[in-house]
Design a protein around this ligand. Structure first.
Ligand code: HEM
Length: 260
């Protein structure tokens, strides 16, 4: 069969995947499904690029790493901007089908957790949301045990000749990245003397800030849509989400600013 636009992109399959559950169905449920599916596709692409970024840092190939980071940052901008679209849905429009979500929640997005784990925001407790032995749990267990983007960056720094402290290079990769004053001294040296590596650091700060921006926009959307109601994932809703703000993934890169 001749390849066509539709056959290559599997459009018949793709466009059959939006199945509203509400009676009618309610008009806004289609938007809700589409936007979440689009998010998951972008999460997939970001994971794909960030895996590649780690490989480029290991090579090391700084120019290509910077190029890949730029792509991820551009996707992140799109992902944050998409919230505007969902904010056109009013609280009553959301309520028209919210019951149909039962306990389904973005809480359970295994790709979002994978993205967090890959970057360095490791929260082992998140695994409890996935049944033991399930494919999603196994996927997250592998990511939990794997070195993060930050670990790849530290090895890259060492390969560029910087004296990265052994305790940082040998840190327990299943834990979130903790601040290290000894490493901060090295990073200050990078900022003062190496424009290429320091621009890579700045792009990592963009990435960290971009994810925090997404969290802020998401919690504002939640506040305007469901106010103080509990989440479908049974958390305290916005009150829980507020606790996830201002938690940098790469704390050392923020800390050094006071000493530059
Ligand atoms: C009307 C729109 C939305 C509402 C009201 C909403 C509400 C919530 C709430 C209340 C939580 C906390 C967990 C819970 O108890 O359920 C949550 C978590 C989450 N939501 Fe949303 N959400 C919306 C749209 C989205 C979209 C479009 C995405 C994109 C994938 C998303 C991704 C997430 C993620 C990843 C979490 C986990 C955050 C974390 O634990 O740090 N949400 N959402």
């Amino acid at each position: 069969m001749t390849l066509t636009y539709s056959s290559y992109l599997k459009l018949d399959q793709l466009l059959a995947l939006q199945e509203p559950l509400s009676d009618g169905p309610e008009h806004d449920e289609t938007l809700f499904i589409v936007i979440h599916q689009v998010y998951e596709l972008w999460f997939k692409e970001m994971i794909h690029e960030l895996d590649y970024l780690q490989a480029l840092l290991a090579k090391p190939d700084a120019p290509r790493a910077l190029h890949t980071l730029k792509r991820v940052l551009t996707i992140l901008k799109v992902v944050v901007a998409q919230i505007d679209v969902l904010e056109t849905m009013t609280p009553l429009e959301f309520l028209s089908f919210r019951d149909r979500l039962e306990s389904g929640s973005g809480f359970q997005s295994f790709q979002f957790r994978e993205l967090e784990f890959l970057l360095g925001a490791k929260t082992p407790a998140a695994l409890d949301r996935y049944p033991a032995g399930s494919a999603h749990r196994q996927r997250l267990e592998r990511r939990l045990a794997a070195p993060t983007l930050w670990d790849a960056f530290l090895k890259f720094l060492r390969s560029e000749g910087f004296a990265v402290p052994a305790e940082s290079l040998q840190r327990d990769v299943t834990l979130p990245v903790a601040q290290s004053p000894a490493l901060q001294a090295v990073l200050i040296d990078v900022y003062r003397h190496d424009p290429t590596v320091s621009s890579l650091c700045e792009r990592l700060v963009d990435l960290d800030e971009g994810l925090q921006e997404w969290r802020y926009r998401h919690v504002k959307m939640v506040q305007r849509t469901i106010g103080t109601k509990r989440g479908t994932g049974d958390s305290e809703g916005a009150a829980y989400l507020l606790t996830t703000l201002n938690r940098p993934i790469f704390p050392d890169l923020w800390a050094i600013r006071a000493d530059l």
